[in-house]
Design a protein around this ligand. Structure first.
Ligand code: TRP
Length: 327
């Protein structure tokens, strides 16, 4: 079975954008591939963060992954820092990665603008750590969103550079692009993110979801109930395509275009479907939280499985680069 690797940051509240864009796609892959999913805590410290809540965020992120169906019988879930070989391999990769390539990364340029006072080495090196995450398991496929394709492309280059210098060792990983719709924030404009205050959290209670949807932006061209709408410009419609059944999507699309149904009705249907799907996940989160030590055990056994692969690859790498010692 081909191996998959992907990672998610422990960035506080996981929202429906993360769920639809990444996690739900990951769940669909577990039967066809050997999947390794990682909570990337070392990536998360490249920008300023709240130290006191980090531990909670790591556990909450892992709990959500498991609650969404990434259970230990189907795949491996673990925390990046629990397998220090990731950072060890990063150092070796640093020595074959041209700085110019890293300076060209879109995410580095954006984050450098957002965090002007903390443009640290880790921010620049972020994609090399990501390459090490993937290649330490010799994973062939990486399910990510569009925004991460440049980083996976860099991983391919790192693999090529390493192989050219030290001999064939790593496969060139390929992106598995999710076909999931891209959900914007509730403002209908920016990317959904907690810091923009436009996110619907995966753990938001039903009333909160209802309220956030009630006030969320719709098609900007539809001012009055009698105006025909344009679903292709409406973020609420995009959410329908992610949470509603085919016949319902059809119904709201036609109804909106003909002004047959209004935004309120359209949002109510969405709200019902979203609450139904998220309630199941939330119930599983509660179950997991009721079992003391359960998620920690999942992460420990995940790390131990990964460690076995990672130590073997690191041995091979040390040998290839001429620093293996048997004494
Ligand atoms: N950079 C990714 C993101 O922000 C997270 C990530 C870290 C990742 N390591 C990875 C994704 C390895 C795929 C493979 O979404």
């Amino acid at each position: 079975m081909d191996r998959i690797f992907s990672g998610i940051q422990p960035s506080g509240e996981i929202h429906i954008g993360n769920y639809v864009g990444a996690i739900r796609n990951w769940v669909q892959l577990v039967n066809q591939y050997e999947c390794i999913y990682c909570v990337v805590d070392y990536h998360a410290i490249t920008i300023e963060y709240e130290v006191s809540s980090m531990q909670r965020r790591i556990l909450e992120t892992a709990t959500i992954l498991v609650a969404c169906g990434l259970t230990p019988d189907k795949c491996t879930v673990f925390v990046q820092s629990h397998v220090p070989e990731h950072t060890e391999l990063t150092w070796i990769f640093n020595c074959v990665t041209p700085i110019g390539e890293l300076e060209r990364m879109t995410q580095f340029k954006e984050k450098s603008k957002q965090h002007r006072h903390n443009i640290n080495m880790g921010l620049l090196d972020y994609p090399v750590l990501q390459a090490a995450d993937i290649l330490i398991y010799k994973a062939g496929y990486v399910p990510v969103g569009e925004d991460q394709t440049q980083h996976v492309e860099l991983s391919r280059e790192v693999a090529r550079k390493f192989n050219a210098r030290y001999g064939e060792t790593f496969p060139e990983p390929q992106v598995l692009l999710s076909t999931a719709p891209r959900i914007a924030g509730t403002d209908g404009q920016a990317k959904m993110s907690k810091s923009m205050n436009n996110a619907i959290g995966l753990l938001d209670p039903p009333e909160v979801i209802q309220e956030k949807l009630r006030t969320a932006a719709t098609c900007p061209h539809r001012e009055r109930r009698s105006d025909p709408g344009h679903p292709e410009h409406c973020n609420i419609f995009t959410m329908h395509t992610a949470f509603s059944k085919t016949d319902q999507i059809d119904h709201v699309e036609k109804g909106c275009r003909s002004a047959g149904i209004g935004c309120i009705e359209c949002k109510e249907l969405l709200s019902e479907n979203m609450v139904e799907e998220l309630s199941l996940i939330q119930a599983r989160v509660r179950e997991i939280n009721e079992k003391p030590g359960y998620i920690i055990d999942v992460l420990k056994s995940g790390a131990s499985r990964c460690k076995t692969i990672a130590t073997a690859v690191m041995d091979e790498v040390r040998q290839k680069i001429g620093i293996k010692s048997d004494w």
